[in-house]
Design a protein around this ligand. Structure first.
Ligand SMILES: Nc1nc2c(ncn2[C@@H]2O[C@H](COP(=O)(O)OP(=O)(O)OP(=O)(O)O)[C@@H](O)[C@H]2O)c(=O)[nH]1
Ligand SMILES: [Mg+2]
Length: 217
């Protein structure tokens, strides 16, 4: 199944299909990473603009959506071959997965048809960064060429960080993954992350861009 066909397939089965079909694109952005790194917090900050201090583990997968409009400037950034002259309204759907080990067999079933993958670690937790390779393998086993954004979350705790930005950038440069540091607590770079994920989803659908570019926000 081609990339556009995958997106259309998903559109047909969406809850509010009629309305969605009027829009130009429906996007499936998957959010993965070890437990406690802040995947749910980032998804909730982007879609609902809320933050919960207590930890409520995600049991399996949860789903949040938000409709956004990208300007031509936002759409044309990042080497797209297609030139956009008008704004584009898209419905992002964020598939937030549980990072706990007990969901290892369940999670990959939800990766099929993704238009962008957000791989999150916690900048104060070295082992969550060490796990990134495992997450890359889990995602690419189902979606071999999906655009990947690595996210270092909890930037509000920057003073307590355990992985240097240089070490992270060496890794992301080597694999040509995009990289952004965020804070779901302070909102830092959260919109930028999801707008970038949305732009990559559009370009992935259009097949107009070479992926794995090491774009750093
Ligand atoms: N200081 C700080 N804490 C955060 C941030 N993001 C999340 N947290 C906290 O970290 C804990 C875990 O956040 P979650 O969003 O539930 O983590 P998760 O990655 O979804 O975890 P699983 O669902 O188990 O995979 C919670 O107590 C959050 O309040 C952040 O940017 N800064
Ligand atoms: Mg969660």
């Amino acid at each position: 199944m081609g990339k556009n066909a995958r997106i259309e397939h998903f559109t047909r089965y969406s809850k509010s299909g009629v309305e969605v079909n009027k829009m130009n694109q429906l996007q499936k952005i998957i959010c993965v990473g070890s437990a406690f790194v802040g995947k749910t917090s980032l998804s909730r900050r982007f879609t609902l603009n809320t933050f919960i201090h207590s930890y409520i583990p995600t049991l399996g997968v949860s789903w949040l959506t938000k409709t956004i409009t990208l300007t031509p400037e936002q759409l044309n950034e990042n080497l797209s071959k297609k030139v956009y002259t008008d704004p584009l309204t898209v419905r992002t759907s964020i598939w937030d997965t549980g990072g706990q080990e007990m969901f290892t067999y369940l999670r990959p079933k939800y990766y099929v048809g993704a238009s962008c993958a957000i791989l999150v670690f916690d900048i104060t937790n070295q082992s969550s960064f060490d796990d990134i390779e495992m997450w890359v393998n889990e995602v690419t086993s189902k979606c071999p060429d999906v655009p990947i954004i690595i996210v270092g979350n909890k930037f509000d705790l920057n003073e307590a960080r355990s992985i240097s930005r240089d070490d992270i950038l060496n890794y992301t440069k080597l694999h040509k993954f995009d990289y952004v540091e965020t804070s779901a607590l302070s909102s830092y770079n959260v919109d930028k992350l999801f707008y970038h994920a949305s732009r990559l989803s559009i370009q992935y659908g259009d097949e107009t861009v070479k992926f794995r570019q090491n774009y750093v926000i």
